[in-house]
Design a protein around this ligand. Structure first.
Ligand SMILES: Nc1ncnc2c1ncn2[C@@H]1O[C@H](COP(=O)(O)OP(=O)(O)OP(=O)(O)O)[C@@H](O)[C@H]1O
Ligand SMILES: [Mg+2]
Length: 444
C-alpha cells in the first residue's frame, strides 16, 4: 500500500457522513488517485464507487484543467475555482471548486481534498446575499387613468408569457417600476432580477459586464474569470435599461445570446446555456434608430416581441393628484411640521404643469414642498415656487432624450478640471452622457 493511502484508511468510516452532503467531495493522493469519493460524485459521473476509488483522476475524469496538481505542488489551497465537465449523460455542467492540500506530520503534501458544487447553486446564493430581486409589484403602481390601466393590463398579460418585453416611455415615467412589477408577476418571480444600465458603462466594459470573461481574457482580467450579468440572471429576468445606448458592435452578440439562449464569455470557448428573459427599456425612439442604422433591426424585433408604452404624465393628468398625495404621505413620517394637505388652487397648479420630467419630477417637487412649506395646507405659491428647481431638472431630462450636442476634447478637459476629474459631473455640466465622455477620452 502506498504511504499516502495509509494516512487515510483510518478515517474511512467517518467519511460516510459525506454521502449526505450536497457538495461533491473527493480525496486524492499525491498521484491523483481517488482515495475517497462521496455519493454526489457517484451521481455526477454516473459511476459506482468501486469504479472511482483506486483509479487515476486523469484517466477517469474528462477535465482538461486539473488544478489538483498545482495545489499539491504549491501546497496552497485554491478556492472558488470554476470548471466545466462533460457528465456521463453527455451534458456539460459548471462547477465552483475548492481544493485544499493535505499535509503529513512532516508538513509534506500527501494529497488533496477536492470539493465542488454546482455553479447554479452558487449563483443563487450570490443573488440571495446581494439582494438581486425586484421590490415593486403592480399594486405599487399608482394611477387610475385609462392610459396607465392600459399599460398595466398589457404588462400583466405579457408578464405571464416567457417572451422578451420592451418598455418605452419618456424619462421618469416609471419604466423600471414596470420592469420589476412584470418580473414579480411572472413565473420567474422566485428567480433573480438583474438590472444593467447600458448608459452607465463605457462601451468596452458593457461586454464583460453582460457576458463575463475567462481568466486571462485581457490585461487586468480577474484570476478565475468573472461571471456576467446574463449568467447571474439565470432562471430570472435581465433588465437592460437604456437599451438605446447599447453599442452597435455588441448588439450582434446580444442578439446571439437572446436567440440561442447561450452566452460566450470574453476569451471563452464554450457556450454556456442560460435561461433568461430580457426586459429592456428606453426613452429613445428605437424605430428611428433602426432607420438610421444605429440599432439593429433583428435585435429590435427580438427584444420587442411584446412592447409596453408608458404614457407621459401630461397625457394622464387624472393621475397627478393621486401620485402627489402618495408622495406626500410617504414623507409624512419624516415631516417635522405635521401632516399636510393640498389647497384646491395648489392641485390646479400641479395639474396645469406639463411635467417634462414625469413622475420622477413630481416626486422631487413634492419632497421639496414638504421641506420648504411650514404650514399644514399647501398653497398654490408653495407649488409654483418649487417648480423653479424642477424646470432645471426637466431641462436636463429633455436633454437626455435629445440628440447630444458636439463636445470637443478641449471642452471636456475644461469640464473635468472644473469638477475635479469627476466624469459624471462633467457630463452633466456639458449636457452629454457619460458614455460620450468615455468616447471622447478614448479618442485622444
Ligand atoms: N405610477 C407610479 N406610481 C408610483 N411611483 C411611480 C410611478 N411611476 C413612477 N414612479 C416613481 O417615479 C420614479 C421614476 O420611475 P422609474 O425610475 O421607474 O422611471 P424611468 O422611466 O425608469 O426613468 P428613466 O428613463 O429616467 O430611467 C421612481 O421613484 C418610481 O418609483
Ligand atoms: Mg430608469
Amino acid at each position: 500500500m502506498k504511504e499516502s493511502r495509509r494516512h487515510f484508511s483510518e478515517i474511512s468510516d467517518i467519511l460516510r457522513c459525506f454521502d449526505y452532503v450536497d457538495e461533491a467531495v473527493n480525496i486524492l493522493d499525491r498521484d491523483g488517485v481517488f482515495l475517497y469519493a462521496n455519493k454526489k460524485v457517484e451521481d455526477l459521473y454516473g459511476l459506482k464507487r468501486e469504479q472511482i476509488i483506486g483509479h487515476d483522476i486523469v484517466e477517469l475524469v474528462n477535465r482538461k484543467d486539473l488544478k489538483i496538481f498545482d495545489v499539491m505542488e504549491s501546497g496552497k489551497p485554491m478556492v472558488d475555482y470554476e470548471f466545466s465537465a462533460v457528465l456521463r449523460n453527455g451534458n456539460k455542467a459548471y462547477f465552483l471548486n475548492n481544493i485544499y492540500p493535505v499535509f503529513d506530520e512532516a508538513n509534506e503534501v500527501i494529497g488533496v481534498c477536492d470539493i465542488y458544487r454546482s455553479y447554479k447553486r452558487s449563483i443563487s446564493a450570490v443573488n440571495k446575499i446581494l439582494g438581486f430581486h425586484a421590490t415593486y409589484r403592480f399594486q405599487d403602481i399608482i394611477g387610475d387613468s385609462p392610459g396607465i390601466h392600459r399599460a398595466v393590463k398589457r404588462a400583466k398579460d405579457y408578464a405571464l408569457t416567457n417572451k422578451n418585453i420592451l418598455i418605452t416611455g419618456e424619462s421618469g415615467t416609471g419604466k423600471e417600476l414596470f420592469a420589476q412589477a412584470i418580473h414579480n408577476y411572472s413565473k420567474r418571480c422566485e428567480g433573480p432580477f438583474i438590472a444593467v444600465n447600458c448608459a452607465s458603462f463605457p462601451a468596452e466594459l458593457i461586454e464583460s459586464e453582460l457576458f463575463g470573461y475567462e481568466e486571462g481574457a485581457f490585461t487586468g482580467a480577474r484570476k478565475g474569470g468573472n461571471i456576467g450579468k446574463f449568467q447571474l440572471a439565470d432562471g430570472g429576468t435581465l433588465f437592460l435599461d437604456e437599451i438605446g445606448e447599447m453599442p452597435i458592435h455588441l448588439q450582434a452578440k446580444l442578439l446571439r445570446a437572446a436567440e440561442s439562449k447561450t452566452i460566450l464569455r470574453i476569451g471563452g470557448r464554450s457556450e454556456i446555456p442560460v435561461d433568461v428573459r430580457v426586459i429592456s427599456a428606453t426613452n429613445r425612439d428605437l424605430l428611428k434608430m433602426v432607420r438610421n442604422n444605429e440599432f439593429r433591426t433583428d435585435l429590435y424585433y427580438r427584444l420587442s416581441t411584446f412592447s409596453v408604452e408608458i404614457p407621459p404624465l401630461r397625457s394622464r393628468t387624472e393621475d397627478i393628484l393621486a401620485l402627489a398625495v402618495y408622495f406626500l404621505n410617504r414623507t409624512a413620517a419624516e415631516d417635522e411640521n405635521g401632516p399636510k394637505t393640498f389647497s384646491a388652487e395648489a392641485v390646479q397648479e400641479l395639474r396645469r404643469y406639463s411635467w417634462p420630467g414625469n413622475v420622477r419630477e413630481l416626486e422631487n417637487v413634492i419632497y421639496r414642498i414638504v421641506i420648504n412649506c411650514k404650514t399644514p395646507v399647501i398653497q398654490s405659491e408653495d407649488v409654483v415656487n418649487n417648480f423653479g428647481f424642477a424646470r432645471l431638472e426637466s431641462a436636463s431630462a429633455e436633454q437626455r432624450t435629445k440628440p447630444e450636442k458636439k463636445v470637443g476634447p478641449e471642452e471636456l478637459r475644461g469640464a473635468l478640471a472644473a469638477t475635479g476629474g469627476n466624469k459624471k459631473k462633467a457630463a452633466e455640466l456639458l449636457g452629454i452622457s457619460r458614455r460620450t465622455v468615455y468616447r471622447i477620452l478614448n479618442q485622444r
